[in-house]
Write a protein that binds this ligand. Structure first.
Ligand SMILES: Cc1cc2nc3c(=O)[nH]c(=O)nc-3n(C[C@H](O)[C@H](O)[C@H](O)COP(=O)(O)O)c2cc1C
Length: 211
């Protein structure tokens, strides 16, 4: 099995909770006897570019009508799409930044949502994602606790991830949201990490029986 493991925390690796929890999950999978290869992507080192006018023109041009220049503009996106397509599962670890996903993960999404490659667009305007069947786990870390209280309505992260990946055919991604990790007392932070580890262990056991 191939796992595409993606990190997006801007912190130094040894200080990042989301990176630590992603690693913890992979260790749990190993403990469960799951054999896998990793395709690792650190989005803080391998930052995908923002969309450009050239990209927008090229991506919507039918493949057989693209000029060599248009094809060149899409080369890196083509390669990233193939990495995602060739993975059986995706494990994406990221912090909440300003109530939503890190901008590096947004440009990753912009890079991999491609007509005819990761989703089909039909003449009647309907679409169908081509990534159905992949398991996807999002491990998110948050400074505040958005499960209840004053910040509950401010989660602009889960809806973005669900929308983008559902469009690609992944209807039931799994989420482990570690919170609160910053805006709280030390006991609540420790409890949040313990809860996240427990949930990740449970998911690793599930994956071991269904992969
Ligand atoms: C620039 C920045 C913006 C942040 N914005 C939010 C936010 O909107 N809501 C929140 O709950 N936490 C926010 N946080 C806190 C992080 O989500 C939290 O510390 C998380 O544990 C960081 O994950 P990491 O250790 O993997 O980097 C922010 C942190 C930074 C550095």
């Amino acid at each position: 099995m191939k796992i595409m493991h993606i990190d997006a925390s801007a912190k130094k690796p040894e200080q990042s909770n989301s990176r630590m929890l992603g690693k913890f999950f992979l260790e749990q999978l190993k403990e469960q006897g799951v054999n896998f290869q990793i395709d690792y992507l650190d989005l803080t080192k391998d930052i995908q570019p923002h969309l450009t006018p050239e990209f927008v023109v090229a991506t919507y041009k039918p493949e057989n009508e693209r000029t060599p220049e248009m094809k060149a503009v899409l080369t890196d996106s083509d390669a990233m799409c193939q990495r995602v397509i060739s993975a059986d599962t995706l494990v994406c670890a990221m912090p909440m930044y300003n109530w939503t996903i890190p901008s590096t993960f947004k440009t990753f999404i912009d890079t991999i949502i491609r007509t005819g490659v990761t989703y089909d667009l039909f003449p009647d305007g309907t679409t169908k994602g081509k990534l159905a069947g992949k398991k996807v786990l999002f491990i998110t870390t948050r400074g505040a606790d958005l499960r209840s209280g004053a910040f509950q309505h401010m989660d602009a992260m889960t809806p973005v991830l669900k929308a983008a990946f559902s469009f690609l055919g992944i209807d039931n991604p799994q989420f482990v949201d570690a919170q609160p990790l910053q805006f709280s007392d030390p006991e609540s932070r420790l409890a949040a990490l313990a809860r996240a580890r427990e949930e990740l262990t449970t998911i690793a056991k599930q994956w071991a029986t269904t992969i």
